[in-house]
Design a protein around this ligand. Structure first.
Ligand code: ADP
Ligand code: 5GP
Length: 183
């Protein structure tokens, strides 16, 4: 039996991490891929939990060796999805969730055409800006870069199978759960 792969994408600050957290609390049966990244851990982040934090040389080695299902570089850091664990879970029939950026989502679509691509959209662009500033994890210059990037990413909504608007967090999580077929 083969599980379903769902990709959750959307602009930085839209609430992907928040939605995934709610989903995981309610559905421990969903397997969430842990990405590798070369960015530094934020306060409170733990290696192996939010990400596997590694250096550029190790990241490049994994990419070269074909160990990443997809990868992308932005904001001065590289991010990627380790391929092996995803394939193992899917082979065991476990529903798998990836929370990755737009470029990554496109690569997954090319590599695994059966994957379900879900775009998490903000209610408005102003609300996205409020959330990104409110999160307080980036300085103003980085917030500006992320918002510029978000404008471009928002235009890619149509490439996705489904758009979920993250107005109410619980409702957005419920919709994602329903789309994954795990409720
Ligand atoms: P992402 O993972 O997409 O970058 P986060 O999950 O870190 O986004 O959310 C960005 C900010 O927006 C956080 O401060 C979070 O608490 C807030 N947030 C997320 N979802 C909602 C929502 N539905 N309503 C209001 N605020 C939200
Ligand atoms: P952050 O640095 O805020 O944790 O994440 C920045 C961006 O990287 C987010 O848009 C997030 O979805 C994306 N991202 C996280 N992991 C991966 C990954 O494995 N691959 C790709 N392509 N993007 C990722």
């Amino acid at each position: 039996m083969s599980g379903r792969l769902t990709v959750l994408s959307g602009p930085s600050g839209v609430g992907k991490g928040s939605v995934v957290k709610v989903l995981r609390q309610r559905h421990p049966d969903v397997w969430l891929s842990t990405s590798v990244t070369t960015r530094s851990p934020r306060p409170g982040e733990t290696d192996g939990v939010e990400y596997h934090f590694l250096d550029q040389a190790e990241f490049d080695r994994m990419a070269q060796a074909g160990e990443l299902l997809e990868h992308d570089a932005h904001m001065g850091a590289s991010y990627g999805t380790p391929r092996g664990p995803v394939e193992e879970q899917l082979a065991q029939g476990v529903p798998v969730l990836l929370e990755i950026d737009l470029m990554g989502a496109r690569q997954v679509r090319a590599a695994m055409p059966d994957a379900q691509l879900v775009f998490l959209a903000p209610p408005t662009f102003d609300e996205l800006a409020r959330r990104l500033v409110g999160r307080g994890t980036e300085d103003p210059a980085k917030v500006r870069v992320r918002l510029d990037r978000a404008r471009i990413e928002m235009a890619a909504e149509d490439e996705f199978d489904v758009v979920v608007v993250n107005d109410d967090l619980e409702q957005a999580a419920d919709r994602l759960v329903a789309l994954m077929g795990v409720n």
